[in-house]
Ligand binder design. Sequence first.
Ligand SMILES: Nc1nc(=O)c2c([nH]1)NC[C@@H]1CN(c3ccc(C(=O)N[C@@H](CCC(=O)O)C(=O)O)cc3)C=[N+]21
Length: 346
Amino acid sequence: MAFSCQRQAAAGRAAPRTSSRRVAAVPRPVVLAAAAAAPAAPAPTPVPPSKLIDGKAIAETIRSEIATEVAAMKQQYGLTPGLAVVLVGSRKDSETYVRSKKKACAEVGFDSYGTDLPADVSEEELLKVVEAYNADPRVHGILVQLPLPKHISEKRILDAISIEKDVDGFHPLNMGCLAMRGREPLFVPCTPKGCIELLERMNVPIAGRKACVIGRSNIVGMPAALLLQRRDATVTMVHSKTPDAARICSEADIVIAACGVAEMVKGDWIKPGAVVIDVGINAKDDPTAKKGYRLVGDVEFDGAAARASLITPVPGGVGPMTIAMLLQNTLESARRAAKGEAAPAH
Ligand SMILES: Nc1nc(=O)c2c([nH]1)NC[C@@H]1CN(c3ccc(C(=O)N[C@@H](CCC(=O)O)C(=O)O)cc3)C=[N+]21
């Protein structure tokens, strides 16, 4: 039915120039001989599963490792790790992420605490919530879901989270320690930590390799570059003001794309054999998809997959790892509390 409508629409058009893609969907485009001059691109060769980094499966393995440790911790110390998740406002994406974080907590045997605040909550009110969780001994990790509404200073809120409970790793003291040789942060931000974990679990060597990080955000690009550098990679960061991003990227053995622009990294940015970690999650209109859109990364997947030796899909790549690392950080925090470890001097 859809096909016949398209066929009619195309046939009725004087110049078929713009309809070549639609015509490709029609079995025999005999009605449009002119379109044969501009055949649609052939369908991409399917990506062999051996090239895919299955973040979903790896995250599942990590969650089961965590569940085992939680059971042991309950036995040995009578302690259950607790994560507090603070959500301000009602952004649909944030609500979804917060729900999956709480679900993941339940799955591994953590307690989770949630505070949902209206979008117009005052900064003072939000600070009080953070401080209450700072003081609550049942809570080992505090996550304030970002982004926050415009009238609230993200900086002020993140600075208020006790660094011992900063499981997001966004506190400047944790970030600062990450940037310094000879220092260890209490927590490493979850998304870049998940990227490195994927590389390590896939046995991708990092030391001595060239890495390119695309994007310089506080929560992904910058910490990802620092983590790679700590593992002795030679790291180049490219960003919106870099004049020759494609050339720099095409020299890298490892690419971490976190620029937040859908499919910006094209196939020819990828050195043959490189490993590609795609952090992006972008909605792209797709009338054939159930919801009218589908998720794509910051990397143009088919083009990059044709050249990469390993690549993460979106969804099912870095996303699930972010949550697994959040659980890992919370477990680590609970372990420190159980052992009565003091925070390292800073
Ligand atoms: N304080 C704070 N900490 C965060 O860690 C934080 C945040 N704020 N704000 C938003 C971003 C985003 N984020 C994701 C977590 C899981 C998936 C995830 O599980 N994605 C799945 C499903 C994707 C989907 O279906 O939507 C996947 O990629 O396969 C994605 C994104 C955490 N963030």
